[in-house]
Design a protein. Structure first.
Lengths: 120, 111
């Protein structure tokens, strides 16, 4: 499978514990995104990287959350001191710039399968 | 504020019936609009985007800037179209940044 991969697929943790998720993007994609999805909602943007630089962070990303992409390839998302409200599906996506004649640059985001976090 | 609204949580139709999944957006600039689809037990995938003006799997969507809408249409629904559909927006002048998603509409096509 050459698509975006995420590990683990499921994580159950107790409140107060730290968790770390990993995302491996499609190899030639220079942009990587993290989203969070709760039940009944669409994905909500958390942060994104261009290569190793973190370019944007949502206000949803509290100081307990940190994301890294140290070598511009895989990325990790860490949640410290987890709370029950952190229970959600965490989605990773990657993209590559493409040029559509007559309309300019576009980025199609390819999503991974997600990591489902349950905080008990 | 940037917002995408999908007013219907669930749309149930019979096979062969026309389908229209509604999407309205709020954005002050020039957006790029997308439809993403998630079939059962599969990952989220791009269905179509307005700048490509394509028809994918029989689906089309036209950006109506006056009504700020990007409704997804298909003239004859098939059972395999049953899935969750999300409308999403990206600022045109900030291509490649965050996607803003609606809450999604579940399409159920029965025979």
């Amino acid at each position: 499978d050459t698509g975006v991969s995420q590990n683990p697929r499921h994580k159950i943790t107790k409140r107060g514990q730290n968790v770390t998720f990993r995302c491996d993007p499609i190899s030639e994609h220079n942009r990587l995104y993290w989203y969070r999805q709760t039940l009944g909602q669409g994905p909500e943007f958390l942060t994104y990287f261009q290569n190793e630089a973190q370019l944007e962070k949502s206000r949803l990303l509290s100081d307990r959350f940190s994301a890294e992409r140290p070598k511009g390839s895989f990325s990790t998302l860490e949640i410290q001191r987890t709370e029950q409200g952190d229970s959600a599906m965490y989605l990773c996506a990657s993209s590559l710039r493409s040029n559509i004649p007559g309309t300019g640059d576009s980025y199609e985001q390819y999503f991974g399968p997600g990591t489902r976090l349950t905080v008990t | 504020a940037q917002r995408v609204t999908q007013p219907e949580k669930l749309l149930s139709v019979f096979k062969g019936a026309p389908v229209e999944l509604k999407c309205n957006y709020s954005y002050s600039g020039s957006p790029e609009l997308f439809w993403y689809v998630q079939y059962s037990r599969q990952r989220l995938q791009l269905l179509l985007r307005h700048i490509s003006r394509e028809s994918i799997k029989g689906f089309t969507a036209d950006l109506n800037k006056g009504e700020t809408s990007f409704h997804l249409k298909k003239p004859f629904a098939q059972e395999e179209d049953s899935a969750m559909y999300y409308c999403a927006l990206s600022p045109r002048n900030q291509a490649g940044t965050a996607l803003i998603f609606g809450k999604g509409t579940t399409l159920s096509v029965s025979s």
